[in-house]
Design a protein around this ligand. Structure first.
Ligand code: PLP
Length: 463
């Protein structure tokens, strides 16, 4: 019997899953007790689980299903490519048509002179490539000591050794001996949590200037690059104050270091322009992309590299780096079809000027809810910070994440996927939402917040 087309009932699947499948970012013992929610199919914005629940996926999977679920033409393209050429590599002077076509397309889409693409299977390994690439670049320029990479606390750049080291997540650094050498972190532009008495504008400048101070402390001749997400995603959708990015750009221009924009979430329309770098006027030397590049229909990531870096590396001989699946033909074909749909259906315009402004209006009204201290939104990524004391932007007395987890439970119970990061709730829905979808999302979100407030009052946690 084929277990995929004719599977056993949910409880049995859950038991097999817990017995044999090690899940990422999941406590195994708790999973064994509660069982995983098992998703069976999806269409548009809606997931269906094995119990028949219809769930509104306001996280687009893991921030990746930008065009939404269920586009048959992508399945057709993948099937055709698998029949024609399921695999060939791009090492040792070989290439194939899908990787050539996608590279041309990305060079055309990416801003400035970001004209060269190095492929990975996702965002983490693309960032591993970036670490090696920028250090190799400086070595090729005769400056092998320029190898420190500056990142930020609470950043997310993936889960590999280099990706998690670039990231600024304490719980990740606490496992497996991270960060690796020559990666350092400065503060994040999270005004709500860390801005104290400063205005957001003052705080944005202060946090940006930590970069200049760190370069001075280490010595410009030791620093290879600065990496940052235009908007911190997994850190809780932290939208920086308006003063932050212009000052970062000024500092990068004033010093001889490379700027890497990690566009894995922001890229491909999420912020209302094709790339977050365009929304914030950032001029990176390298952009990391993944997630929305294929809308998650096939695994693929990439570093999109500027002329100067790519040409220097090209002239320096072999770059001794690459993945078996760098430029996988099926993933490239899928990505191209995904980008065709994204453009033809004008999804970025939908975010910028059709549904986006409506979502913004509704989302910002959440700031009036008694539980909400801040509601932030840019394009189709948004967050609210829950608090027992709005004026003081105070955290809860309970352990961080206690209230967030309660709220996530009420979202689940109301067939809404909203994620919690500590006591912030976040969304990053597919880009094809309509106004009616926004209404349904907001109804469920408000209901979940009301139920959360009632529960934490009952339990004495609203303090
Ligand atoms: C998800 C993510 C990554 C890691 O991508 P994977 O495909 O999971 O390896 C890197 N950077 C950012 C900003 C991300 O959100």
């Amino acid at each position: 019997m084929n277990m995929i087309t004719n599977h056993p009932p949910t409880a049995e699947l859950q038991a097999i899953d817990a017995a044999h499948h090690m899940h990422p970012f999941t406590a195994g013992a708790e999973l064994a007790q509660k069982g995983a929610r098992i998703i069976k199919s999806a269409k548009g914005l809606t997931l269906t689980d094995t119990e028949g629940h219809q769930i509104l996926d306001a996280m687009a999977g893991l921030w990746c299903v930008n065009i939404g679920y269920g586009w048959d033409s992508i399945a057709d393209v993948a099937a055709r490519q698998m029949k024609e050429l399921p695999y060939y590599n791009t090492f040792f002077q070989t290439s194939h048509v899908p990787v050539i076509a996608l590279s041309q397309k990305l060079a055309e889409m990416a801003p400035g002179d970001l004209n060269h693409v190095f492929y990975a299977s996702g965002g983490s390994d693309a960032n591993d490539t970036n670490v090696r690439l920028v250090r190799h670049y400086w070595a090729a320029k005769g400056k092998p000591e320029k190898k420190v990479i500056i990142s930020r606390e609470n950043a997310y750049h993936g889960s590999t050794m280099a990706g998690a080291s670039l990231g600024g997540m304490q719980p990740m650094h606490a496992q497996g001996g991270l960060p690796i050498a020559d990666i350092v972190h400065i503060g994040q532009p999270n005004w709500y949590a860390e801005g104290g008495e400063m205005t957001p504008e003052e705080f944005g400048l202060a946090r940006a200037r930590e970069l200049e101070a760190k370069i001075a402390e280490l010595g410009e001749d030791k620093v290879a690059a600065f990496i940052a997400e235009p908007i911190q995603g997994a850190g809780g959708v932290i939208i920086p104050p308006a003063t932050y990015w212009p000052e970062i750009q000024r500092i990068c221009d004033a010093h001889e270091i490379l700027l890497i924009a990690d566009e894995v979430i922001c890229g491909f329309g999420r912020t209302g322009k094709m790339f977050g770098s365009e929304t914030y006027d950032i001029r990176p030397h390298i952009m990391t992309v993944a997630k929305g590049l294929s809308s998650g229909y096939a695994p693929i990531g990439a570093s999109i590299v500027c002329d100067e870096v790519a040409n220097t590396v090209a002239e320096a001989g072999d770059f001794n780096h690459g993945y078996t699946y760098s430029g996988h033909p099926v993933s490239c074909a899928v990505a191209l079809e995904n980008l065709r749909i994204l453009e033809e259906e004008q999804m970025v315009e939908n975010v910028a000027s059709v549904t986006g402004p409506y979502l913004k209006e509704k989302w910002e009204q959440l700031a009036d809810h008694p539980l909400i201290g801040e509601a932030q939104i840019q394009g189709f990524m948004a967050s609210v910070a829950m608090t027992p004391d709005k004026a003081a932007r105070a955290p809860f007395a309970a352990d961080k994440g206690t209230v967030g987890l309660i709220c996530r439970g009420h979202c689940f119970d109301n067939n809404l996927i909203m994620r919690h990061v500590g006591d912030r709730m976040i969304i990053a829905p597919p880009l094809l939402m309509t106004r009616a979808d926004v209404d349904s999302l907001m109804d469920r979100a408000v209901k979940a917040l009301d139920l959360t407030l009632a529960e934490i009052r009952d339990k004495g946690l609203y303090a």
